[in-house]
Design a protein around this ligand. Structure first.
Ligand SMILES: [Zn+2]
Length: 478
């Protein structure tokens, strides 16, 4: 029987606020263990949480970026459970009255059509402490680091609208782009600032019923979310085909084995309203002020780039997916670089070079102005593309202008026809066989001869002029 997968996601995103959610300790979980702590965030009895306005603004920005409706009233509950990473016995979370509801994101489906995936709600939550497992001599020990305790999180709960690993991965990528645009979080699954659990069930294709779901946790990349869902669909298909029931439980993804295995169930208690944090009331004015602070979002930017710069859909999508890339692109265009050359150079040269150096676009000293100067030299045919690549690599290491680098390296392009003529004559004399073959119509040989001439000029010749000269000399068509 053909089945259809029904997939929903629960995504935790760590907000990049300067302080924690209920105290003024620094929100830097990676610092020396237990250095950012106070009575509130190690949860000493009697310490009263002080809700951070900054956390609220970050969370609201996430909600608006994901097209959610901010609720005029929301409130915190105590989610009761016991674990060494939560010694107070409950976590502050908005269980009954979340900050926002009814959001959505559009993704590109596997069939190339746009699809709208719904978000049920987004609520705020404090993170718990982190357990560190080590060995001391022969003894295995577990330590608790409270730096992460009280870190501001939002949890995004989707409707079960996804049908494939592709849908889930596309949703997560779009979500990450949207949240990064408003600057509220880093959203990196690799570094743990975004965590995702997936709920997966199967039903006969065409049916509308919801069947028993299985939760999968512990994926540390968007790709791993896709792999874990694919594995789980296969596992449940086998069970159903054998007539065995799917049992509701939680499984852990193992990236090494590329499979999931069941994990022991945690006791989870009730959620009761918290009496210490006042309910959160948002006025219409406050909500519209937050809305007015939103930047131009990716979809708007993409259509503006198509209109204004005549980029293709795809180019405009690539140029607008990251805010820093989009700003760099527009800065190049302002420096009179043509939009097509600007987008090509960013995609094929700048971004790979940054990846190689593990640098962010905001950190590099290769500013749009310096890049524009280099691209102008190519356009004026003062340097060839090969030399430009070399100069570009140098620009990551030195603040000298491209013109100064060219001068120092002596790699100014030879465009002088007389000089090139002399070089070409020598090459033709040395390669009589190739010349004969070219005269007989073997055009591939032209590339070889030009290559030899380039080599003889130490890469400085203008290959276009060389090609013209060669054709003229041998009486061939250009
Ligand atoms: Zn604290």
């Amino acid at each position: 029987m053909p089945y259809e997968a029904v997939i929903g996601l629960e995504i935790h995103v760590q907000l990049n606020c300067a302080t924690k959610m209920f105290c003024s300790c620094a929100n830097r979980p990676g610092d020396k263990p237990n250095s950012n702590i106070c009575p509130i965030c190690i949860w000493l009895p009697g310490a009263i949480p002080q809700f951070s306005q900054d956390a609220l603004e970050h969370a609201a920005a996430v909600c608006l970026a994901l097209n959610c409706e901010l609720q005029q009233e929301s409130a915190f509950d105590q989610k009761v459970y016991y674990y060494p990473d939560l010694p107070k016995g409950f976590q502050l979370s908005q269980h009954h009255r979340p900050l926002s509801r009814h959001g959505w994101l559009d993704i590109m489906g596997e069939d190339g059509n746009s699809r709208r995936l719904r978000i049920r709600h987004i609520h705020m939550e404090e993170d718990v402490a982190k357990l560190v497992h080590e060995t001391e001599g022969q003894t295995r020990i577990s330590l608790v680091d409270f730096n992460r305790a009280g870190t501001p999180l939002v949890e995004i709960v989707t409707e079960p609208d996804m049908r494939s690993p592709h849908d889930a991965m596309a949703f997560l990528r779009t979500l990450r782009t949207q949240i990064r645009y408003v600057g509220a979080a880093e959203c990196s699954m690799e570094s743990g600032t975004m965590r995702c659990d997936a709920n997966i069930s199967l039903r006969p294709l065409g049916s509308q019923e919801l069947t028993t779901k299985v939760e999968v946790k512990n994926m540390n990349s968007i790709k791993a979310v896709g792999s874990a869902i694919a594995y789980e669909i296969e596992r449940q298909t086998m069970l159903l085909d054998e007539g065995k029931p799917v049992i509701m439980h939680t499984r852990l993804w193992d990236p090494e084995k590329n499979s999931t295995s069941p994990m022991r169930a945690k006791f989870s208690g009730p959620c009761v309203p918290d009496p210490t944090v006042p309910r959160i009331v948002l006025s219409e004015e406050w909500i519209s002020r937050m809305r007015s602070r939103l930047p131009e979002m990716p979809a708007q930017k993409q259509s503006r780039f198509i209109q204004e710069y005549h980029l293709s859909d795809e180019e405009a999508g690539l140029m607008s997916a990251d805010r820093d890339v989009a700003d760099y692109f527009e800065a190049l265009v302002r420096e009179n670089v043509s939009s097509r050359i600007a987008s090509q150079w960013i995609l094929t040269r700048l971004l790979p070079a940054l990846r190689e150096r593990q640098q962010e676009i905001s950190e590099t000293m290769v500013t749009p102005q310096r890049t524009a100067a280099l691209l102008a030299m190519i356009e004026r045919e003062e340097i060839n593309v090969k030399a430009a690549r070399e100069i570009f690599a140098d620009m990551f290491e030195t603040e000298k202008s491209p013109a100064e680098i060219v001068k120092e390296k002596g790699i100014k392009q030879i465009g002088d026809a007389d000089e090139l003529d002399t070089i070409l004559d020598t090459i033709l004399a040395d390669n009589a066989d190739a010349v004969t073959s070219l005269r007989r119509g073997n055009k591939k040989v032209a590339g070889f001869l030009i290559g030899q001439a380039m080599k003889a000029s130490a890469g400085k010749a203008n290959p276009k002029i060389l090609a013209t000269l060669l054709s003229r000399k041998l009486g061939l068509e250009c």
